[in-house]
Design a protein around this ligand. Structure first.
Ligand code: AGP
Length: 614
């Protein structure tokens, strides 16, 4: 998830673009860049680091010009460095582009362009796109707008782009599919941005492009809106924005955490984009393909992580053993690194980390590598320390997670780990083609089912109000949902400061049931798939001791509804995929309770987003 900004009008573009990028840094902050046209040439500056670093570096170029584009990057292809930063030039130096999104088929296009003599300075998909546009412009002998339209019909993926041509510097061409793009309409000036925060102080009139729409923005003219697919005329819908700046940065949500909870359908889809090819019965993961033997011949898989990532690792243990029949053990990185573990070169270690900077996880990786193990990373930050330390890996594409409480990181980690387990299960032949295809198809339905689970938000807010003054809570789950119970308890603890414990539901009888009374809310995950009848028995044990029961159930469940004080429904899915759905109500529940208790949801007390110290 990156931030793009553009300006064309009667003011100096530089200060507008720079300030706009600063407002979009919450979307990504690996690197930043700007390109300006001063009436004679394009002046471009870009650098690894934040917009503040760009401001310093841009002192080396002319900052004149009233047309400019800028970009703040969240790396997905190519590590964060100067050369991979946007904007990117075409080979001729005439065209320049900024891009938020992922071009899935960029390698094939790059090969074809290379054959035609194009060269590439960076590892990015974006540089491929701008040279495809240039190639089309040349071979079809068309203007920039038409070249963009033709080129975009050859790419697969997601994009919000802004392109300009120094040979026609009175226009900027923009296009959108899957990533947001807003056009601010001022008096004799236009603004382009990923959201309205860069231009809300200049105008509150905006056009939000729809998917598969593009626009040619020309000074002194009306915006020309087109359908990318067939160049058909589209009609701009000008909105008068009422939101203020802070609301816009949070996408209209009150907190980043809530925004990130609601981003999960998109984040899960972006994470399997280009990897899950259900209709072809394929899972494409280079990090696994290139190291398949290591996984298949491993004595075991050791998963190391901390916090929420450790809970994702626990879910992975169930998935890998259940589907791929590979022995797995899950370790707290902080314990693993100090207990003098037995590690051999027949072990595969999977390190899970949203930030890619967690000190204990990094140390566990180094220990495992010293002892000869193969180390695979699952990170959300491209080029992070853990991503660079591991032998191979697979990124989640959740985009920046700003809220300290991890939400979309958890579900996208599970998505990557599920893809890995399915790929290994297929390679081992540990289950039938039919079952394999069933999993692939069901995984594709998850974003919509997460969307459906989010629809219980209003009900969850009502339930949160009932239990917001609790001093202790229990979370129970069985099988795949035991880790979800742990994760739900962690969410509540870390943002509402209420003590909560997660337990395997069957463990109640071994002690915790002594805690049950009318003051003890018990959140029970009781979905149809996964020891349902056993969990119902646990619920009855709690009820007979007057415990308050809030149950997460499969939609349409009538049995638990008669037993519990509250039920929250999630759509039915395969047992191994239920964590992707059952965690949603627990995220929302902890969020609403924390808000009602006046807690600082995005920056809870005593916590940091990334624990880079021991
Ligand atoms: C989860 O909500 C917490 N923010 C914390 O437990 C976090 O998951 C843990 O610190 C691990 O961080 P990482 O995923 O960046 O390694």
């Amino acid at each position: 998830m990156c931030g793009i900004v553009g300006y064309i009008g009667h003011r100096e573009a530089f200060p507008i673009v720079i300030k706009g990028l600063q407002r979009l840094e919450y979307r990504g902050y690996d690197s930043a860049g700007i390109a300006l046209y001063d009436g004679n040439q394009i002046n471009l500056s870009k650098t690894k680091g934040k917009v503040e670093d760009l401001k310093n570096k841009a002192k080396e170029i002319s900052q004149a010009g009233s047309i400019g584009i800028g970009h703040t990057r969240w790396a997905t292809h190519g590590v964060p460095n100067d050369v991979n930063s946007h904007p990117h030039y075409s080979n001729s130096g005439n065209l320049v582009i900024i891009h938020n999104g992922i071009i899935e088929n960029y390698e094939a296009i790059k090969q074809e362009l290379t054959k035609r003599g194009y060269t590439f300075q960076s590892d990015t998909d974006t540089e491929v796109l701008i040279n495809l546009i240039e190639e089309v412009k040349k071979t079809e002998d068309v203007k920039l707008g038409k070249a963009v339209q033709i080129a975009l019909n050859q790419v697969v993926g997601a994009y919000a782009i802004a392109v300009f041509d120094k040979e026609k510097p009175d226009e900027i061409v923009v296009a959108k599919l899957g990533s947001p793009l807003a056009i601010g309409i001022g008096e004799g000036e236009f603004f382009i941005a990923s959201d309205a925060s860069p231009f809300i102080e200049f105008t509150n009139n905006a056009v939000y492009l729809e998917d598969e729409e593009m626009a040619i923005i020309r000074l002194g003219k009306e915006i020309k809106l087109r359908k990318i697919k067939d160049d058909a005329v589209a009609y701009p819908r000008i909105l008068e924005l009422q939101m203020n700046l802070e609301e816009i940065e949070k996408g209209g949500y009150d907190h980043f955490m809530l925004k990130e909870i609601y981003e999960q359908p998109r984040a899960i889809k972006d994470t399997y984009r280009g990897r899950l090819l259900a209709d072809q019965g394929l899972i494409r993961m280079a990090g696994i393909d290139l190291n398949m033997e290591k996984f298949l011949n491993a004595n075991r898989i050791i998963i190391v992580a901390c916090g929420t990532s450790w809970h994702a690792g626990l879910v992975a243990e169930y998935i890998f053993e259940d589907l791929a029949r590979i022995p797995v053990e899950v370790e707290y990185a902080s314990e693993f690194r100090y207990r003098n573990p037995v590690i051999t070169d027949k072990d595969v270690l999977i390190a899970i980390s949203q930030s890619g900077e967690t000190a204990d996880t990094l140390a566990a990786i180094k220990l495992a590598k010293e002892k000869g193990a193969f180390v695979f990373g699952v990170c959300n930050v491209v080029g992070s320390s853990i991503a660079r330390e591991t032998d191979a890996g697979a990124y989640t594409h959740a985009g920046p997670e700003i809220g300290v409480a991890s939400t979309k990181a958890f579900t996208t980690q599970i998505t990557v780990l599920t893809l890995m387990a399915l790929k290994l299960a297929k390679a081992k032949g540990s289950f039938s083609e039919t079952k394999y295809r069933e999993y692939l198809s069901e995984l594709e339905t998850i974003p919509n089912k997460v969307e459906k689970s989010l629809e219980s938000n209003a009900l969850i807010e009502i339930i949160a109000d009932v239990y917001k003054e609790s001093t202790n809570c229990l979370y129970l789950g069985r099988g795949y949902n035991f880790p979800v119970a742990l994760e739900g308890a962690l969410k509540l603890k870390e943002i509402s400061y209420i003590h909560a414990e997660g337990y395997p539901a069957a463990e109640m009888k071994h002690g915790p049931i002594a805690l049950i009374d009318e003051q003890m809310p018990v959140f029970v995950i009781a979905t149809k798939k996964g020891h349902y009848e056993k969990v119902v028995s646990n619920i009855q044990e709690i009820k007979s001791r007057k415990g308050k029961i809030i149950a997460i159930v499969t939609e349409g469940d009538e049995q638990v509804k008669d037993l519990a004080d509250h039920v929250i429904e999630v759509p039915e899915t395969l047992e191994s995929l239920t964590p992707l759905l059952t965690t949603i109500p627990l995220q929302l529940l902890s969020y609403h309770i924390a808000v009602m208790r006046g807690c600082n949801v995005d920056q809870p007390r005593n916590l940091a987003k990334s624990v880079t110290v021991e």
